[in-house]
Design a protein around this ligand. Structure first.
Ligand SMILES: [Zn+2]
Length: 259
């Protein structure tokens, strides 16, 4: 029997349109009805949402597990996503960029604490959202340790997971993060996490605004053509990133996608 897959979903803001509260992004902002429909689909398929800490404990309940994550710390995370999760009995991990806390359209310090008190996970998405692989060792260390400290102070709980800003980083970032006390590392490479061992990166499935229900289902179950396209697209985009460097890649991307 094939090893079970572990879908880890990656959301950003949940916005009806460009006028919704928060920072609307044309590619990554998912509409509230779409988000609700995706959650309902997961429940109908027998998925149980888990926090990362549950991945290491021996699970006697069995069944299909899914990890729901949010990046950046948009205010819609608490205003829109949290109620929709709670009314369905679901949990999620919120990866917050600590410097963004309190800025326009983003979570306030009290929101970060409220998410944690509501039973959600609050984790690190770096301090400034700079791409970790671009940083000198000292700056990298500071990004990872200060964001951890700020978020731990905000929640009063341990912060032991890191999602790479922009999905960028590799072995150097993994080893340092683990040395600083992070136990879970997440990137943005699409994948089913089959055979995931606690030390390696968890792959994530980006949920984008244009993703239809059928494609969403294909990604979560890692079946059909969708996942292969997502992987090809991801690796095709990595190539110019590596050749141009992250800054020039972002300039190019901005010209192509207008974001
Ligand atoms: Zn991000």
């Amino acid at each position: 029997m094939a090893e079970a897959s572990l879908p880890v979903l990656m959301y950003h803001g949940i916005h009806a349109d460009a006028h919704s509260r928060g920072r609307y992004e044309p590619v990554y902002s998912v509409a509230p009805q779409t988000f609700s429909a995706q959650l309902d689909w997961l429940l109908a398929q027998g998925y149980r949402s888990v926090l990362l800490d549950e991945l290491r404990s021996y699970d006697t309940r069995g069944g299909k597990r899914v990890v729901i994550t949010f990046d950046d710390g948009d205010v819609s995370n608490i205003e829109v996503a949290l109620p929709l999760l709670l009314e369905r009995g679901l949990v999620a991990e919120f990866f917050v960029t600590s410097d963004f806390i309190g800025s326009d359209g983003m979570l306030a310090p009290t929101d970060v604490r409220a998410l944690s008190q509501a039973g959600m996970g609050v984790q690190s998405h770096g301090r400034s959202h700079r791409y970790l692989e671009d940083l000198e060792p000292g700056d990298l260390d500071e990004e990872l340790s200060s964001s951890k400290r700020v978020l731990e102070q905000a929640t009063g709980k341990a912060v032991d997971a890191l999602a790479l800003p922009g999905g960028r980083g590799g072995e150097r970032e993994r080893l340092l993060a683990q040395r600083l006390g992070y136990r879970y590392l997440l990137n943005s490479e699409p994948g089913p996490n089959r055979g995931w061992c606690g030390d390696s990166y968890l792959q994530r499935l980006a949920v984008t605004r244009g993703l239809g229900m059928k494609e969403f289902a294909g990604m979560v179950t890692w079946s059909g053509i969708g996942p292969r396209i997502a992987r090809m697209r991801y690796h095709a985009l990595r190539l110019p990133k590596r050749m141009l460097g992250n800054r020039r890649y972002e300039q190019l991307r901005a010209r192509v996608f207008g974001s």
